[in-house]
Design a protein around this ligand. Structure first.
Ligand code: 13P
Ligand code: ZN
Length: 260
């Protein structure tokens, strides 16, 4: 099994252990076009074609490993090819076929995932993995208008512990509530990522993160959620945490050459 799929299974296990993956919650897709061998690439379709709901010109002939819709992360961790599948984007750029290993229908959030992969390729980005998950504390933040304001949550989370800014250096974008799995959500997610974020919140739903590989996407969400937990721990001790100062955070940007 290729490394990207093994890594996806490992991350799926972490999502379950963290309590972020109730039932079938969350999904993962990885652009594996550059990693799969010619034999797999030439496999005949076992299901499809199915419409994506969008035309994505840069994905023509690309291959993705996708979590299956209604499949559980805790099951995918043990058996990635029974709870996910490899798809190929058809020449019309608006439909896909399942090529391996079982006819497992991809996640209902496929429009958002594929639209974001198309966007990333258009930018020449090295990012190949996208993760949607339901991290408890980060989702709780989005139930407050205060934290939905642009960069309010970013500033608070970065100020909890230096590592947050160092390892999630673009911060946390915010996408106002939209119906799960729709094309509108896909458009809004791209708009938010294009505003220069690797990680964006879907209000009252979950997080969507992109990075070079799925472990790195998971790490960005993990450091952000840790910061949210520190904020909550301080509030539970009865005080509003001071947070690092603006000068301390600027020092991090200067010393580590961070983008913001
Ligand atoms: P799927 O089971 O279709 O991947 O959906 C899970 C989810 O989190 C939808 O937002
Ligand atoms: Zn979800």
């Amino acid at each position: 099994m290729i490394t990207e799929i093994q890594q996806t299974a490992e991350v799926a296990g972490y999502l379950w252990e963290k309590g972020w993956a109730e039932r079938n919650g969350g999904n993962i897709t990885v652009n594996i076009t550059e990693s799969i061998d010619p034999d797999t690439k030439s496999l005949p379709p076992i299901a499809g074609p199915f419409p994506i709901g969008k035309t994505l010109p840069r994905l023509k002939g690309c291959f993705f490993y996708c979590k299956g819709t209604q499949k559980r992360m805790r099951d995918l961790a043990r058996a990635p090819m029974a709870n996910g599948s490899i798809i190929r984007i058809c020449d019309d750029c608006s439909s896909y076929e399942i090529i391996a290993e079982n006819p497992v229908k991809p996640t209902s959030e496929l429009p958002s995932h594929l639209a974001v992969h198309d966007y990333l390729l258009s930018k020449g980005s090295p990012y190949r993995a996208s993760l949607h998950t339901h991290p408890i504390e980060l989702v709780a933040l989005t139930h407050s208008r205060k934290w939905m304001e642009k960069d309010a949550a970013t500033r608070m989370l970065w100020s909890m512990i230096p590592e947050t800014k160092a390892f999630c250096p673009r911060g946390l974008g915010m996408v106002p509530y939209l119906l799960p799995s729709g094309v509108e959500l896909a458009e809004a997610t791209i708009k938010a990522i294009d505003d220069d974020y690797d990680v964006v919140m879907w209000e009252k739903h979950g997080v969507f993160a992109v990075d070079t590989d799925i472990m790195s996407a998971f790490d960005q969400v993990d450091v952000l959620n840790k910061a949210a937990q520190i904020y909550i721990a301080a509030r539970n001790m009865g005080f509003e945490p001071d947070g690092m100062t603006d000068a301390q955070m600027q020092e991090l940007t200067d010393v580590f050459g961070l983008p913001k």
